[in-house]
Structures are given as C-alpha cells and as structure tokens.
Design a protein around this ligand. Structure first.
Ligand code: GDP
Ligand code: IMO
Ligand code: MG
Length: 431
C-alpha cells in the first residue's frame, strides 16, 4: 500500500487536521514531517450527540485515531515541553498516546532559539515576519548551519554539553550584545533538555526505517503537513514564510520515505483564503466582506489567537499548489462559510501593472503588486451543513465547486460543510 501526503494549498489553516482525522481510521501511520508547534490543527470529533474539540500543535492529528500510530518525523522541530504538555493533556482526556514514535534525527527547539525568535521579530519592527514566536526559524537555521541539537543528543550528556557549548558560544554573545538579553547558561540548557530523557527514550526510534518497513508490509502511511505551500521556505512567498518544507517534497525529506513510494497527494484548500502574519495576499479584503468571513468562519489562529486575514478564493494559488505538490485530489473546506452571499468572487488571474498573469509571478515585487481579476459566481442561501452527498448541495453551491475545480488544476474529491468529521461531502473516495 502507498504513502499518501496531505498538504495545505494556501497559507495554512485550510483544515488539514480535520482531513487527517477523517482519513485516520483508514491508515496505519500518520506522520508529521515538517514544522513544529507553530502549527495549530483543530479536530472536532462526534461522540454520540456531543462534539469534542481538540487543538493539536506538535502532535500529528492521527494521535486521535485509535489503532493508528502517530510519528514525529526527522523533518520536525520539537519543543519538548510542548510535546509532554500535549501528551499529558490528551492522556487526561482518555486518549491513548502510547504508540507515539519520535525520530532520533528530529531537531530540538532550545530556550535560546525561542528567545531569539521573539527578539529578532521585535528588532525587525515593520520588516517583521509575524512569526508564531515558537523558535521555529532559529532552530531550522541551526539545522542548516549544522549546529542544531537533535533528539538523539539528549541521550548522550557529553555530546549534548559539547553541542550546547558550541552553539551558545555565539548565540550567547548575540543575545547579550545585540539584544541585551541574558541567555540561559550551558548548564541550564543542558539540564532542561536532560530532564526529558527518561520519558522520551521509549518513544525514540529510527522512524524512516519503521515507516519503510510498514510500507513493505502493505500498510498505509499518511504524511501530514504543517503550514502550507505559500509558507514553504522554497516555494512560498519568501521571506514571509515559515522555515521548513511544507510541500509534498518535504513529506519525503522530512520522513525518510522516498518519492517513488508517494502515490497520492491530497491538497487541502479553503473555499476562500486566509493568512496569519505578514506578507503579500492579493485577494485580502479590508472591508465588511473580510470581517464577515472572519466572523462566520471563526478565523482566529489556533496557536496564537490572532485574527486571520481573510480574502476570496484565489485560483492562481490553487493551480500553483497543484503544480508544486503534484496534487491528485483537493479537499475544498469550509464551503458552508460562503452560504448567504449573493455573489461569490473568485480570483482567476492577476493584473500586475497592466499585464495579465495567469500563473504566480516569479518576481516578489510583482506578487506584491498583483491585483486580482475576479469572476463572480452566484451564491446560495440554503443551509448546507447537513449535506452529505453532492446532490444534497443547492445548485449554485454545486456550480461553485465545479467552477473552482475547473480553475484549480486537480479534481475536488471532498467538500467540507462543517467542522466535524461527519460534515463532509465525498465526491470521490480519497483512499
Ligand atoms: P489546519 O491548520 O489546516 O489543520 O486548520 P485549522 O484547524 O487551523 O483551521 C481550520 C478550522 O476550520 C478549524 O477550526 C476546523 O475545525 C474548521 N473546519 C475545518 N473544516 C471545516 C468545514 O468544512 N467547515 C467549517 N465551518 N469549519 C471547518
Ligand atoms: P498550520 O499548520 C498559519 C505563519 C506565521 C508567520 C510565518 C512564520 O496550522 O496551518 P513561524 O513561527 O513558522 O516562523 O512563522 O508562518 N505560520 C502559520 N500560519 N498556519 C500555520 O500552521 C502556521 N505556521 C506558521 O503566522 O506568518
Ligand atoms: Mg492551523
């Protein structure tokens, strides 16, 4: 059986958590392959007539599915305090977390990198990225700079101390002399990390080997992205991106599963667009329509609580995401949020200083200047949250899905009509 990737097709918060949860019962492993606790996935589970809400940051959403093995892959950056806090939170709610496996090669977010993330943003002022302040960027920078601390280092105090000393030699100076901050000492840092060793040890393994062996046995592995295509460090709106590979290529490098085993890429795309933090966003609305989407869609960050910037669907971006990731199926989420609009604008291309662009402009300045060219589709008024088949949707909602599908470069296999697992219209079976 294959490896399948789930990726975000816009700027994050498309509903990847819900999609992963939806497929969880049909897969054996769910792997987080990039990012860290900058992610925020809300999963709503129906228990009888009650709904239970879970907010996950570091753990893969598959941890909520009984029988499924959750894996934190080598491409992830791990804040150990957050890891154990999330595990304890789930344990307290009766979720079995004992199957979690953590890659020995994943990097660890140390205290100095959390501090550096925050002080750098403050230093940047109006040029800030709007990061989540979790230490993600500085930790990936250390990884690339070959001075990172990995999970496996925590089990060898001598090595750990050597590495922390090496990195703090420089970072301590930067924190003190540039930012006027007293950094944690080598001893404090080593002690903090060592404190997790005993609890961490049983979870740590060669997850690349584990996953490839599972695939050899015919089991199914779902690779769940944090962040999204336009936040990818290579393919996103650089520099207003996160510091990891959130696209389907990252699913391979971040897990140790080779590209030849990846058979399906499911792109999660919202029926409109949102973005958190700074950076260009052509279809952003600064008027009542944007406020309406934020309110009806409850568009406030799961991680930082920040209001999300809202705008109309952007088919140029969806086509780009389809191309970069090799999307085989889209899941169009939050269609219910568009109910009650007379006309629904969809961006089909950009006008950049008088020139039409049907594809993402390669030049950053052009993208900043991109003005959306809209097509207007007729809206619908009927409550669609109870729809379970495509035929249950009103004609104009069906037309919206079909029109967006036509423009976006891959078939739309499922449509979200509400936050819960059941509130999904499946047009083509996903697995
Ligand atoms: P992720 O980061 O991609 O996992 O997405 P988030 O969980 O940050 O944000 C998506 C939000 O939309 C969550 O609160 C979900 O519960 C909710 N959601 C997902 N799909 C749907 C849908 O089809 N309709 C509605 N109304 N809410 C949805
Ligand atoms: P999920 O997985 C939305 C954004 C931040 C900031 C930029 C860099 O829930 O879709 P970072 O802390 O990663 O260095 O911040 O990326 N960002 C997200 N936006 N959803 C996310 O994750 C995000 N993770 C990071 O707001 O603009
Ligand atoms: Mg999110």
């Amino acid at each position: 059986m294959p490896a399948i990737a789930i990726i975000g097709a816009q700027w994050g918060d498309e509903g990847k958590g819900k999609a992963t949860d939806l497929l969880g019962s049909r897969v054996d492993y769910v792997v987080k392959f990039n990012g860290g606790n900058n992610a925020g996935h809300t999963v709503v589970i129906d228990r009888g007539d009650k709904q239970e809400k879970y907010a996950l940051h570091l753990l893969p959403s598959g941890i909520l599915t009984p029988g499924c093995t959750p894996v934190i892959g080598n491409g992830v950056v791990v804040d150990l305090a957050v890891l154990f806090e999330e595990l304890e939170g789930l344990d307290a709610r009766g979720v079995d977390t004992s199957r979690l496996r953590v890659s020995a090669n994943a990097h660890v977010i140390a205290d100095y990198n959390r501090t550096l993330d925050k002080v750098t943003e403050r230093f940047l002022g109006s040029r800030r990225i709007g990061t989540t302040g979790r230490g993600i960027g500085p930790t990936y920078a250390d990884k690339m700079n070959r001075v990172g601390i990995r999970i496996q280092d925590i089990f060898d105090e001598k090595i750990l101390r050597q590495k922390v000393e090496g990195v703090l030699d420089l970072k301590g100076q930067i924190l003190t002399k540039v930012y006027n901050r007293r950094p944690a000492t080598v001893d404090e840092t080593v002690e903090e990390l060592l404190a997790y060793a005993e609890r961490l040890a049983p979870m740590v393994s060669d997850t690349g080997l584990l996953l490839n062996q599972a695939l050899d046995r015919g089991e199914t592995v779902l690779l769940e992205a944090g962040q999204a295509t336009l936040l990818d460090v290579d393919h996103g709106t650089y520099p207003f991106v996160t510091s990891s590979s959130a696209t389907s290529g990252g699913a391979c490098t971040g897990s140790g599963i080779p590209p030849t085993r990846l058979e399906q890429v499911i792109g999660i795309v919202k029926a409109y667009t949102t973005r958190v933090g700074e950076g260009p966003f052509p279809t952003e609305l600064h008027d009542d329509a944007g406020e309406h989407l934020r309110k009806v869609g409850a568009e406030f960050g799961t991680t930082t609580g920040r209001p999300r910037r809202c705008g109309w669907y952007d088919a140029v971006i969806a086509r780009y995401a389809a191309r970069v990731n090799g999307v085989t199926d889209f899941v169009l989420t939050k269609l219910d949020v568009l109910t009650g609009l007379e006309r629904v604008p969809v961006c089909v291309a950009y006008d950049v200083d008088g020139t039409r662009h049907d594809e993402m402009p390669v030049n950053q300045t052009d993208f900043h200047h991109a003005v959306p060219i809209y097509e207007y589709l007729d809206g619908w008024w009927e409550d669609i949250s109870g729809a379970r088949t495509f035929a249950d949707l009103p004609a104009n909602a069906r037309r919206y899905v079909e029109a967006v599908e036509e423009m976006s470069g891959a078939r739309i296999s499922a449509v979200g009509v509400g936050p819960s697992r059941a509130a999904t219209v499946v047009r083509h079976e996903l697995i």
